[in-house]
Design a protein around this ligand. Structure first.
Ligand SMILES: *Cc1c(COP(=O)(O)O)cnc(C)c1O
Length: 494
């Protein structure tokens, strides 16, 4: 299978090249040239597989350069006892129509692990296939969860290094501790003055700077991305949409072939875009419901076809969704329009912060997507109610999606729905305690035990004892100086 850039369809690359490069050299995102299909019989076959085999089954369709044996090897390392649930991504039913797909059982307790435990394996294998001799430096802008998941995925992986930038005032105490205490000799963690978009813009600028690339090349280093713009991050996520569907069938909640909805807490549009690919491959999905917090630029876009980031940026209790530029939307727009329009819209976004995709593309978007958003107060109330009524504790991001789903239910729509749960509630223990009406004014590490005590729910092992770990990284930089931080780190390593 070949891949091309969303900015130029004429140049194609192999899967290994797309994964190694991350972002296309013209600034676009890589896409597979066709979408492989999966039949109902195939899905029936997947129903009797475990998560690992389901993942191999789906990924193999996009990675014909990799042997099934290779993929099996990656998967058995990526989804192993680093997960605290043997089902890897279990579906828990709140009622007959609602299953919570728990994607937070990996080493950093957020759904990013589903992709970032796979990506280092896909990436190092891709570099080998390409005969690459230089060291790859992974550059990440994070709103919290990606950073830790990428650090954990790449720590001490041979021939790689990783530099992570997070917004100084935009991550939770627990998230910050998770990152600043990261183990590994090949890692660099630095905060940026500003919000997530500042950090992400800084990283994008570094990627597009040719002089900078030359400087790095002199020290035998090149850059790649572990942000969800990398196809190698998106691909592993397709598997859990199929897996949740199989879980619904196996639980007897639907018949094979029946449609279901997915309600997905969304920020950069990576998670939900994987769901869209699953639908296009043939998974029986009625709607993908895009749930936002009050940074609801996507809600407005799906309702009107106008993407407008000129609005106040809100710091919310679901920080991993505090995003005004959802990078992966570009992939969807490309699939729904002709290629020259995407270039124009992205240029308009850069220059004016706004673009309008028009009636036809909007109709395409609305055929597959519904949307909604939650205010913090609504999300908090939902956390409290669900815990008190069902004994189910969810995190703040999942709660945003829960509010949107509850709204749909209140309107009489009882369609079977997978609520995609993206983080352990303990990762956002301060806001969850607050939602439950408990004190939350204490240091990060204590919050985790306080939430355990308040709920009787056991915290995941990676989040306990964070206060006993040594803080290794304290650097903070202005966004203009991010290139220097990277250069300094890369040159010291060589
Ligand atoms: C990253 C993240 C999201 C948003 O996912 P996108 O792929 O950026 O849309 C939602 N919830 C949590 C907990 C996350 O870490």
């Amino acid at each position: 299978m070949k891949y091309y850039s969303t900015r130029d369809k004429s140049k194609t690359v192999t899967a290994a090249q797309a994964i190694a490069q991350g972002l296309a050299s013209d600034g676009g995102l890589f896409l597979p040239e066709s979408i492989p299909s999966v039949s109902i019989d195939d899905i029936s076959e997947m129903c009797s597989m475990d998560y690992r085999s389901r993942a191999v089954y789906i990924m193999a369709k996009y990675l014909d350069e990799f042997s099934e044996q290779e993929l099996k090897g990656f998967v058995s390392e990526a989804y192993a006892d680093n997960y605290d649930d043997e089902k890897i991504a279990p579906t828990r039913f709140l009622d007959d129509n609602t299953g919570v797909l728990e994607l937070f059982h990996g080493p950093t307790c957020a759904f990013k692990d589903m992709a970032l435990q796979m990506l280092p394996r896909l990436l190092t294998a891709s570099l080998k296939k390409l005969g690459e001799k230089r060291e790859v430096c992974i550059l990440v802008a994070t709103s919290g969860d990606t950073g830790k998941a990428a650090l954990e995925g790449f720590a001490d992986v041979q021939d790689t290094s990783i530099a992570v930038f997070y917004p100084r005032d935009g991550v939770s105490d627990v998230q910050k501790l998770q990152m600043t205490t990261q183990r590994g000799e090949n890692v660099c963690v630095c905060s940026v003055e500003g919000n997530f978009d500042d950090a992400q813009t800084g990283v994008k600028l570094i990627f597009s700077d040719k002089d900078f690339a030359e400087k790095l090349d002199k020290s035998g280093v090149f850059l790649s991305s572990a942000n969800s713009i990398n196809w190698g991050r998106l691909l592993p996520q397709l598997a859990y949409y199929f897996s949740a569907y199989c879980d619904f069938v196996n639980a007897g909640k639907i018949k094979l072939g029946d449609e279901i909805d997915f309600c997905v807490p969304t920020g950069n549009f990576g998670d939900i875009l994987a769901g869209w690919y699953a639908k296009k491959m043939g998974l029986p999905v009625r709607k993908l419901i895009c749930a936002s917090n009050c940074n609801n630029v996507l809600t407005d876009f799906i309702n009107t076809g106008v993407y407008d980031k000129n609005r106040p940026f809100h710091t919310t209790i679901s920080p991993s969704m505090d995003i005004l530029v959802s990078s992966n939307l570009e992939r969807l727009l490309f699939m729904l329009s002709d290629d020259s329009s995407v270039c124009t819209w992205m240029q308009q976004l850069k220059e004016t912060g706004r673009y309008d995709v028009g009636e036809k593309v909007l109709a395409g978007v609305r055929a597959d997507f519904d949307c909604g958003y939650a205010e913090d107060a609504q999300a908090k109330a939902a956390i409290k109610t669900l815990f008190e009524q069902c004994g189910y504790l969810m995190d703040t991001h999942t709660a945003d999606a829960y509010v949107v789903l509850a709204d749909k239910r209140a309107k009489g729509d009882c369609f079977p729905t997978v609520l995609v749960s993206t983080a352990s509630p303990f990762k956002f223990a301060d806001s969850v305690l607050d939602a439950l009406g408990k004190p939350s004014d204490m240091p990060g590490a204590q919050l985790v035990s306080a939430l355990e005590a308040a709920t009787g729910v056991k915290a995941p092992a990676p989040l306990t004892g964070l206060d006993k770990k040594q803080v290794r990284f304290t650097q903070c930089t202005a966004k203009e100086n991010m290139p220097d931080v990277v250069l300094d780190f890369a040159s010291k390593r060589r």
